[in-house]
Ligand binder design. Structure first.
Ligand SMILES: Nc1nc2c(ncn2[C@@H]2O[C@H](COP(=O)(O)OP(=O)(O)OP(=O)(O)O)[C@@H](O)[C@H]2O)c(=O)[nH]1
Length: 589
């Protein structure tokens, strides 16, 4: 299926043309038929000679209803520009064409209607000249009369040629269905309609309402008035939603694939049309079927930051238009360059941003996005409309290669600084490094570790750091070693340790380095002491009491109690119910 919108001045015969082509009545409301005027969007469809089906979105021509017209053409890739032969080019012909141009619509036809009333040559030439200057370029023109039927066959042939040229939609893309109507059907509940420009929909699909983030489920699906098991882009669809009331969804909202669109109320854009400096500070932004007020902050000659009154699911490369509703004037076309732009707080940030934006083209590119952001999560990139590829550096983080090697260099410097400031520790804690490098995720720090750095138990060290003790600590340990010679279980008293300069941190470092063994807080022995204790105890009569052990080892309770508990825990000794112990492997009794 293809979807084509009409465009053109009020009363130039758009609805009559759609009726003649489809045999259907596009004006939906009694009021519209009574007044002979389209107020809101109408829909009708036909099968062309080739078998291709075309659905028409028929838009109102009256200037009061331009917002409705924009909601209809927003998501549609092609247009029929309709001009009446007897009236020629008129103000809304111009405004509608300006809107198509602003949105970058590049496929269409010129249809000159009411050719039975007036020679269509003049209107055709005039309109073709106007259209040639826009994104539509040189278009085929067909003169028709709905009264005599003249030209309708030519028009059908021209439509076939047109749809054959339309680019193939991306049917694997996530869904963003801009809602153009919502209503209630008795027994079915809430139904929304829209033009599906990409992706596909099926009953039971889980979607999200962009405005509220509410999850919804597709209960039923219709296209061209009949239930379907799948609708693939491009298609007109009516979606029956489960879990949502009629007043919770309306025109301008969108049904989106969960997690795949970035909802944003600030975007940086390129503008085409009126000079940026001449724009009023507020205008209405039309994108998809949505219309929201925006405040405009000019940045460069053709770039600006837009602050939206309501967040929308936007992507890099989206086309939109700015309109001044008071003046009935399309101020310009918008190409979204950045959907999560950096704040402009520092002095000079706006100028720097303007320079950066001047190099951006609205074509989503992973390498550009990574260069600007350094690091970005893959799903976030996808939400911005940037196709993501390549291997993440950690988790789902993608990194710009230059940024990544700069981070690796900084990590090495931070680790070296930390080693200098904390010579007794076995490395810098990962969290401190994460903070110092301003990284959002610990996994990134771990991923940055490469030789000669090593990671162990939450710390990152330079090769060799922590395995040798700084001079003064090593000297103090030598003195402890001398004290313990010949008296291996008489652990140095607190006063002696203080005298040697061995505080808790120095002791911990010496224990980590394997120079001392910790028995209890402030109680240290030489590394061989435990084996030696077992040897001594295995020579006393079994089982033995604490006091027996203390005497055999020649030490105090301060050492003997924790030492025996350590030996119990290691399985070298066993404590009996009567509190006496045996050395494992020795005979009880
Ligand atoms: N003689 C003649 N009259 C036509 C032709 N096409 C449309 N008309 C008449 O022109 C008038 C306006 O036609 P519509 O189709 O309602 O125009 P429209 O462009 O849809 O109008 P809006 O949707 O309100 O902008 C009607 O009275 C039609 O009968 C034609 O080919 N020949």
């Amino acid at each position: 299926m293809h979807v084509i919108a009409t465009a053109g001045h009020v009363d130039h015969g758009k609805s009559t043309l759609v009726r003649a082509l489809t045999g259907m009545e596009p004006d939906r409301w009694a009021e519209e038929r009574r007044r002979g005027m389209t107020i809101d969007l109408g829909f009708a469809w036909t099968t062309l000679g080739s078998g291709e089906v075309v659905a028409f979105v028929d838009v109102p021509g009256h200037e009061r209803f331009v917002p409705n017209m924009l909601a209809g053409i927003g998501p549609v890739p092609a247009a029929l520009v309709v001009v009446a032969a007897d009236e020629g080019w008129m103000p809304q012909s111009a405004e509608h064409l300006a809107a198509l141009n602003a949105l970058g619509v590049s496929h269409g036809l010129l249809v000159v209607t009411r050719s039975d009333l007036f020679d269509p040559a003049l209107a055709t030439a005039e309109a073709q000249e106007q259209i040639a200057a826009t994104s539509l370029g040189a278009v085929d023109a067909v003169a028709v009369s709905a009264v005599t039927g003249a030209g309708l066959d030519d028009l059908r042939a021209a439509l076939d040629a047109l749809v054959a040229r339309l680019p193939a939609p991306d049917r694997d893309a996530p869904v963003r269905l801009w809602v153009d109507r919502s209503f209630t059907i008795r027994g079915a509940g809430t139904v929304v309609t829209g033009t599906l420009g990409a992706g596909r929909l099926r009953p039971n699909d889980e979607l999200e309402l962009a405005a509220s983030g509410r999850p919804v489920r597709v209960r039923g699906l219709q296209s061209l008035g009949a239930p379907v098991a799948e609708a693939a882009a491009v298609a007109r669809v009516a979606v029956n939603l489960r879990g949502i009331e009629r007043d919770e969804v309306g025109r301008g909202d969108a049904l989106v694939t969960p997690g795949r669109f970035h909802r944003t109320d600030v975007v940086d854009v390129r503008l085409a049309g009126d000079p940026v400096a001449d724009l009023p500070s507020t205008l209405t932004l039309h994108v998809g079927s949505a219309a929201v007020a925006v405040r405009i902050r000019p940045l460069g000659v053709d770039t600006a930051r837009l602050r939206l009154d309501a967040a929308l699911p936007l992507r890099v490369g989206d086309r939109a238009l700015l309109r001044d509703p008071g003046r009935h004037h399309v101020a310009g076309g918008v190409t979204v360059l950045d959907v999560s732009p950096p704040p402009l707080r520092r002095r000079g940030a706006a100028a720097a941003r303007a320079r950066e934006l001047s190099t951006m083209d609205g074509v989503p590119s992973q390498s550009d996005e990574l260069r600007r952001r350094g690091l970005v999560r893959r799903p976030e990139l996808e939400r911005m409309g940037v196709p993501a590829a390549g291997t993440p550096v950690a988790g789902d983080w993608l990194a710009d290669p230059d940024h990544w090697s700069a981070l690796r260099k900084r990590l090495a410097e931070e680790v070296a600084d930390y080693a200098r400031d904390h010579p007794l520790e076995t490395g810098a804690p990962v969290d401190a490094l994460r903070h110092a490098l301003g990284l959002p995720d610990r996994a990134l720090v771990d991923a940055l570790v490469a030789p000669p750095l090593t990671a162990r138990s939450g710390r990152i060290a330079q090769a060799g750091q922590g395995s040798s003790l700084p001079g003064p600590v090593a000297d103090a340990v030598d003195r402890v070693r001398a004290d313990l010679e010949g008296d291996p279980f008489r652990a140095p008293e607190a006063a002696r340790l203080a005298e040697l300069g061995l505080g808790p941190r120095e002791l911990a470092a010496a224990v980590r380095a394997g120079a001392l063994v910790r028995v209890a807080d402030g109680v240290v022995l030489l590394p061989g002491a435990l084996d030696e204790a077992v040897a001594v105890l295995s020579r006393v009569s079994q089982p033995f009491t604490l006091s027996d052990a203390r005497q055999a080892l020649g030490t105090s309770r301060r050492v003997a109690v924790p030492l025996l508990e350590m030996l119990d825990r290691s399985g070298a000794t066993r404590r009996l119910p009567d509190d006496r112990r045996v050395v494992a492997g020795e005979v009880d009794g």
